[in-house]
Design a binder for this molecule. Structure first.
Ligand SMILES: [Zn+2]
Length: 334
């Protein structure tokens, strides 16, 4: 099938953080409901939650933007509402499969349990399946700065909410995120062993703020089937060959990579090196609100350098790398 515009392409989103993608207006309204607006106007608050042109491109500056949305995502109903809003926007952009990701632990400060924090997201995912017919699943993130022990605890809880134990949406994958420096993948080996044995797909944020060695570790020590960002891989030809040979998909987030400094402004994005090296890729957003982007804009950035058929093929192929089990083939059956 040939496509004439980005909008009509059925899209796959494999790397989207829930907390960084809440529509700005909804964050503002929910903050107002709790009497929590950090600045007097929506416009001023927006500067705290989104990367600004004058912000220095660094991962730590980028991560700083996640502070304020967390004020409102400590309550079941709010998590349910923001998930609905995110999935509704994705349906409008013709996204037919989406894996949302988040770290439930940082949403338990008001007393929710990890299980409740996960269930709040799953409940809206089930709604999106019914409403839009989209495929959805949740990836659980362990924050690197919480350390390997908390990651193990979280892996066990994630397995308990695995898609194989649900007749509808469930947890499909496990990931680590947060400050990459000082927290190498190898620290989290036991958590990833648990997650793999528990039937979860494995993805790792790696090579965003560190060299290609961290990507090797994510693959060899954690068994990653997909890598988030992997920007530093392009300096390592042997690694590119390995990614291609073992069909390890790179979740590419173009705008985000320029904002975090993973890719220098003016440089060609690594996704084009991956395509040339036959490494599987997905076009992803990372954080719609923080990065002020969406899957259509990111797809257009790739189409400008390649063409629309290539973008359609990337989205179609990325689907094959999803952790969401086809119905009836999950471990526990229906
Ligand atoms: Zn990410």
């Amino acid at each position: 099938m040939r496509f004439t515009d980005i909008e009509s392409i059925p899209k796959t989103e494999l790397h989207l953080h829930l907390d960084g993608s809440i529509p700005m207006e909804l964050t503002w309204e929910l903050m107002k409901g709790h009497g929590l607006n950090p600045r007097p106007t929506l416009e001023e608050t927006e500067k705290l939650l989104t990367m600004q042109p004058e912000d220095e491109a660094s991962l730590l500056n980028y991560l700083d933007k996640f502070h304020y949305p967390l004020w409102i995502t400590q309550f079941y109903e709010n998590i349910r509402l923001v998930t609905r809003a995110i999935l509704g926007r994705l349906a409008d952009l013709n996204v037919t499969l989406v894996e949302l990701r988040y770290s439930p632990i940082v949403h338990t400060y008001a007393g929710l349990t990890v299980r409740q924090a996960i269930q709040a997201v799953l409940s809206s995912m089930n709604w999106a399946v019914r409403t839009y017919g989209m495929k959805t699943g949740l990836i659980i993130i362990a924050m690197r700065q919480h350390g390997p022990h908390i990651a193990k605890i979280l892996a066990r809880q994630a397995i308990g909410e695995g898609q194989q134990f649900h007749t509808r949406c469930g947890v499909v994958g496990f990931d680590i995120a947060g400050a990459e420096r000082g927290n190498p993948p190898g620290l989290f080996r036991e958590a990833f062993d648990l997650a793999r044995k528990g039937g979860l797909g494995l993805t790792v944020h790696a090579g965003e703020d560190e060299g290609s060695q961290r990507i090797w570790e994510a693959i060899d020590e954690l068994g990653a089937q997909r890598i988030g960002h992997a920007c530093s891989a392009i300096t390592d030809k042997a690694l590119l060959r390995r990614l291609a040979k073992d069909r390890i998909l790179v979740e590419c987030c173009l705008t985000s990579n320029y904002q975090t400094g993973a890719v220098q402004r003016g440089r060609r994005h690594p996704i084009f090196d991956f395509l040339e090296a036959d490494v599987p890729v997905a076009i992803c957003v990372d954080n719609a609100t923080v990065s002020r982007t969406d899957i259509a804009k990111e797809s257009s950035l790739v189409a400008e350098i390649t063409d629309i058929d290539t973008v359609a093929r990337i989205h179609a192929t990325a689907k094959n790398h999803s952790f969401i089990a086809p119905r009836g083939e999950s471990m526990g059956g229906e």
